[in-house]
Design a protein around this ligand. Sequence first.
Ligand code: COA
Ligand code: MG
Length: 293
Amino acid sequence: MTASEHDNRPRRSALYLPASNAKAIVKARTLPCDMVVLDLEDAVAPEAKEEARTAAIAAIAEGGFGHRQVAIRVNGLDTEWGAADLAAIAASRADAVLVPKVNSPEDIARYDAALSDAAPQMQLWTMIETCESVGNLPAIAAMARTTRLSLWIMGTNDLAKEMRAQLTPCRTPFLPFLAMAVAAARTHGLTILDGVCNEFRDLAVFEAEARQGLMFGFDGKSLIHPAQIEPCNAVFSPSETDLAWAHGVIEAFTLPENQGKGAIRVDGKMTELLHLEQARRLVEVHGLIQGMK
Ligand code: COA
Ligand code: MG
């Protein structure tokens, strides 16, 4: 994989499932999501934690997830299960560990150290879901330069709980954080996924929320139910309109009269070399998505 393929790899849809749900694990191997997150944390009751850890590790050893990246979400190191979760996953072939409730760059260093014996390709992903982390976004993101940190997922349910804010479909109280998190992630080359939509029976609500995430610049969205995958992939894939625009821009910049120019007119709009870069990226992402079919 080239560096650019790595950066642009489709990460449109990340499906969570409780690692204690054996049926859901079997099902996840056939679903069209780009990523699977086997959860040991919020979706698993305290009395099922050990069993869920064993099931998650066994699922990774068994494999069968194909092109899907597989992460395990651990319990925090400040809980009675966290250290054992991390030790078990460090010794596994999971693609990533997803860590909840990080607050600071020091937390990232702590989790990175807990993975010191893990395979070099194992990534550290974190939730952004505490009030404290919202104040530390640039410093946390900067840890991507020196640690395994490579991806963030917004945890809007936990943020709502901590803030005592209301998580309505328009998500007004969270919009400043969503934008700040995307900007911090982009500064340091992190992939960033939007939070879950709890309304899994209402796909119109889901789609509107996914489109809002796309507008904010997210690479994809975290999901809780298989029915959300197809609409999510559709929203986060370049559309036909996007591709027509991209090809138009690429073509326009190859015309002899546009050689050596930084800004040109395409379809009556100012188009600059920065748009050419955006256009090339869209075409590359489209090609990678087509290659997955
Ligand atoms: N991953 C894989 N399969 C799933 C799934 C998931 N997240 N959610 C549901 N399914 C499966 C069910 O096992 C069921 O399979 P079956 O038809 O073979 O029996 C099928 O999809 C339909 O499920 P459905 O009846 O619509 O949902 P439910 O009422 O049983 O469960 C939830 C609803 C929300 C409890 C369930 O979707 C879930 O556990 N989601 C993930 C929660 C989670 O991980 N949260 C942590 C992060 S926020
Ligand atoms: Mg949570």
